[in-house]
Design a binder for this molecule. Structure first.
Ligand code: NAD
Length: 321
């Protein structure tokens, strides 16, 4: 009987979908039980994976794995080259949480523009006259630069347009007409666009090209007072350089859902900086998204075992050849 391993808790909706199939054996492995996962993977046919890094050694232990269904979109925790060489398709949840991350991005932009931490605390402390500063900002009429115009980036763009912002997008890997058709302006390079942008939000995958894409040079090229958002992956940004830019007052604020190291060290200066607004990497994990992701993962596993996995969810299509 085919065996499906679920590593870490997923929503009941996904479990119910799998339970509906009497011809499957489902084995749930707790988050911290890496050892058991490595044992169970040996004779698993399907794997639903949340956060654990799945490296070469663990993959090599599998003898009949037919699919890895990632409970999310980013796959930087999976050794893709080995999975592909072993002809194991890696399927993601597509756009199941794209809206969720886009909403979080707008939350960061708005809360930082309104200086929400500062004013909330001032009212609680009885300092109502702080209002005389009249210094919070608007999104209206401002320019946002969106880096990466994929599932999330284009949803951020649509929401920014609803706020009557001017939306510029940098994504050299897609037809530039897609950006124009979405009512936005394509830009050829970050260097060209950064000095114009009031808000910068990054929505690219983490890979060798994008690691530290936002480095000291890029941060220094931003307009003074820029509000920066990273709800993609921590290592896309040089955290030390970001802290310097905030400390120097060059950036007005940074919204961070993701960190270089997760969880971040308590002595990470970004945790203590008054101009940062933080979330514990849950930009894609709203209630609704959690149900959608679990359902999609479970469906991807069932489809793969039935030989009809939808290739649009597969990020290493070479594995299907
Ligand atoms: P996607 O694959 O649909 O879009 C990514 C886009 O980035 C693509 O259009 C690609 O062409 C573009 N791109 C790649 N390299 C680039 C570069 N150097 N410069 C500019 N553009 C580049 O992915 P998505 O679903 O929009 O997700 C984006 C990333 O967001 C994921 O890879 C994941 O790491 C992250 N994410 C985070 C959370 C969270 O909880 N915070 C949730 C979901 C996804």
């Amino acid at each position: 009987m085919p065996r499906v391993i679920i590593h870490d808790a997923i929503d009941e909706a996904g479990l119910d979908l799998l339970a509906g199939r009497a011809d499957l054996e489902v084995c749930e492995v707790a988050r911290d039980d890496d050892e058991r996962l490595r044992r169970e993977i040996a004779d698993a046919d399907g794997l639903i994976l949340r956060y654990l890094p799945l490296g070469t050694e663990a993959l090599a232990a599998s003898t009949r794995l037919k699919v890895i269904a990632r409970h999310g979109v980013g796959c930087d925790n999976i050794d893709l080259a080995t999975a592909t060489a072993m002809k194991i398709p890696v399927a993601t949840v597509g756009d199941a949480n794209a809206v969720t991350v886009a909403e979080l991005t707008l939350y960061f932009m708005l809360a930082l523009a309104k200086r929400s931490r500062h004013y909330d605390e001032s009212v609680r402390q009885g300092d109502f006259l702080v209002r005389e500063a009249a210094d919070h900002l608007e999104l209206y009429g401002r320019t946002v630069l969106i880096i990466g115009f994929g599932r999330i980036g284009r949803r951020v763009a649509a929401r920014c347009r609803a706020f009557e912002m001017s939306v510029e997008c940098c994504d050299p890997y897609i037809p530039q007409q897609d950006i124009v058709d979405a009512g936005c302006t394509p830009v050829a390079s970050l260097a060209e666009a950064l000095p114009r942008a009031d808000y910068v939000s990054v929505h690219v995958p983490l890979n060798d090209e994008t690691r530290h894409l936002i480095d000291r040079t890029v941060l220094n090229s931003m307009k003074p007072g820029t509000i920066f958002v990273n709800a993609a992956r921590g290592p896309i940004v040089d955290g030390e350089a970001l802290h310097e830019a905030l400390e120097a007052g060059h950036l007005a604020g940074a919204g961070l859902d993701v960190f270089d190291e997760e969880p971040p060290r308590l002595d990470d200066p970004l945790l203590r900086h008054p101009s940062t607004l933080l979330m514990p990497h849950m930009g894609g994990s709203s209630r609704g998204a959690f149900v959608r992701m679990a359902t999609r993962c479970a469906q991807n596993v069932l489809d793969a075992l039935d030989g009809r996995l939808d290739s649009s969810f597969v990020i290493n299509p070479e594995a299907l050849e």
